[in-house]
Design a protein around this ligand. Sequence first.
Ligand code: NOJ
Length: 766
Amino acid sequence: MTDITISRRAALMGAGAIVAWASSPARALLAEADPQALPARIEAIVQRMTLEEKAGQLQLNAAAWSGGIATGLNPPSNGPSFEGQVADAVAGKLTGVFNGNGAEMARRMQDAVMRQSRLKIPLIFAADVIHGHRTIFPVPVAEAASFDPDLAMRTARMAAYEAAAAGIDWTFFPMVDIARDQRWGRTMEGAGEDPLLGQLFAAARVKGFQGRTLADADAVMACVKHFAAYGAAESGLDYNSVDLSERTLREVYLPPYKAGFDAGAMSGMASFNEINGIPSHGNPWLLRKVLRDEWRFPGFIVGDYTGDEEMIAAGFAKDGKDAARIALLAGVDMSMQSNLYAQHLPALVREGAVPQAVLDESVRRVLAVKHQLGLFDDPFRRIDTKRETARSRTKPALALSREAAQKAMVLLKNDGDLLPLAPSRRIALIGPFASGQHDLNGPWVVYGDNNQAIDLATGVKAAGARNVSVTPGSGVEEPLAGGIDAAVAAARAADVVVLAIGESETMSGEAQSRTAITVPAPQMALAEAVAATGKPIVVLLKNGRGLALEGAVKDAPAILVTWFLGSETGHAIADVLFGKVGPSGRLPLSFPHESGQEPYYYAHKATGRPAPDGPRQPYKAQWRTSPNAALYPFGHGLTYGKVSYAAPVVPATLPWDGRIEVAATVTNSGTRPCEELVQLYIRDRVASITRPVREMKAFRKVALAPGKSERVAFTLTREQLQFLGKDLQPTVEPGTFDVWIAPSAQADGVHGTFDLVRLGVRSGRS
Ligand code: NOJ
């Protein structure tokens, strides 16, 4: 980051507000107290607050300015006018607002609170900065396809840099929900199906947003969401119930949240779903026992949008007052949007239904975080209209967006080395995503503008392709009159077809669950007609989830997953299409053979009747029409090189307190350089709790020039072989382990076995 000029707040807030703040009770109390003794400083403010002001500190609402952008991304609310909201803030009925409209709005609200409110406790401004603020990066699952947590840290840092200048103190990100059912539309917001990848990306994103210290003017507080297991919704239906064993919850779903909190995230968001009959907003086991007692989380938990109120419809709370009581007692420190806390907490405390100590504890947490964000020292530190403009869509930000997009694409198939294309070829760009300012940024964008993003046709032409025709051929979910005829004619007149098809940005994301995760029928009809011309086809898939590919799309010689890539979509796709950069992304989720396999994930159990390799056998765990496998597995992705795996080195034994090095040699025998993602998987053959058929334990990207080999070694210790035993405590058992160093979760790569041995203990296993 180059420009980290600190806010010139005097220019913004006006002398009056500074004077008001400087002489405010909150400021005075903070100044008097020992700066090291945070609880005492906070305590002094808490002691002065009325019950109404305390409840207000725990109430966050959507910004009302211009109707509020938040309502475009959430169910519409009948919030107050902006003036009404400012009055509420001044009266101490609000802790802050979210998804507001930039620095000017924040300045006006903060200014009013600092001048006119009784205690002058600064507001906090939150927003859904999910994959970029004004510069839009690939959707999070696409970025996870880079298998490069450092990249995620860099894009998060850049997003924070842009957002912080616009007055945003707090982002509702990272979303770290494991997604093993591709019908679930919010797959696009996370890091896919694997707990290890999930943990690495969760930590990287938190660190990126929060930077060195929360008090920095360009640090934005992270919010680990949605706690917990939101992605395990039955049948992939968003908001649906989750029924999950504590074992799977702890082994698969919880680790990414923990990684995010361990990385320093000072807030978390409760999830909409219930787990085993208990909504997360009313689950003290989750929010107090696991989060506070076990994990020692010091920050605060915000409810999701009306999530507390939704316990009424779920049949867990009688009415709004009951819902507020249940949520606060369970450990939801702050209510979002329902206004239930502001409305009911004072009465609940007065009636003795909620102990004042519980209320005070949540207030302390919120004030402590506002303090850490530096808001008590300078409530305007992130509010700077000039900086907001200066930092918007800078050259380095757009270059980073292009780099991230290049690294996110996954080449599923490249028969006959159809890719890369020579720009001199006659290219027919066909499909609803061939051109136009739509569906470039992807879902969950509050501040980015598709009109500023680079579409495919623009990118392809800018890369030097001169003979390019552009034909939509079809709408996304509706046919286009005459579209197929025009597309067929265009294909006939070209050497190669680049078919840009898939999902629109409204087909994935929140509430966009699908039953069939296929390319929509009108686009399939287009693909079939174009394929019938016999011209070679490069399919560019636009998608926010794993898809089940069919027909002409599945059979196309080349398939490139392009997700939603953000601001630099067209340039980045052209870079890979024409070979300026090679594809290096890998699937962070499985592409099944058929929709009906969902939920499908690579780390499944073997069952007692696993289907053998080779010819199909009856009475085995397989579908009538598909194997118990992915069409394109987790970790899969081709490069423009030709990589082979050889020379496995797997020592026979891993001593209990020792370590071993397992290694393979990877060789690029192709004619182009490539970046190969070398993955390490293990399987515990026999254990007291059945273990997955494979678990990823490590991965490494290696750059391989044509004709070059590299020995890639990983260290394994006992800790990596740990699982939860019968008592749900971490355990490791001696015995035989398979190990693969491979290019995907389904590829053989190289394979070996070793025994974990404890002196004096006979494994008695396999
Ligand atoms: C609901 C979503 O579940 C959550 O992820 C988001 O942060 C809030 N709405 C606020 O927009």
